[in-house]
Design a protein around this ligand. Sequence first.
Ligand code: ZN
Length: 116
Amino acid sequence: MAATISRRAPRDAETVNGIRIVLDPAKTATYPRLHSWYMNIDKVPHEEAISDLIRAEEGVYTWEMVNLNVPEKPEKRIAVCHFCGESFVLQGDERSCKSCAERSKSDIEIGSAGIR
Ligand SMILES: [Zn+2]
């Protein structure tokens, strides 16, 4: 189990420094209840595992500095639905909001089911 965190990347940065933090099983072994819960060795109440985790402070983590690629953030485009007039976030070049698209799809399914 690990988490990687960083500060917000400066505008136009391709990489940013971050830190990868791991809940280290070699270190949780010092705390049998936490270790049993973490490694799913035994049923340990969540509260007991968490209290060990809090007591251990930073003693159960391993971390390393990492260089992260900053993902490109697509530009958010807003459109107005041609059916209901509400604004929505464009995913492609659709003309209706998700709700109206699903409604018209189910109308088509109901309509075609009614044709004999
Ligand atoms: Zn709509």
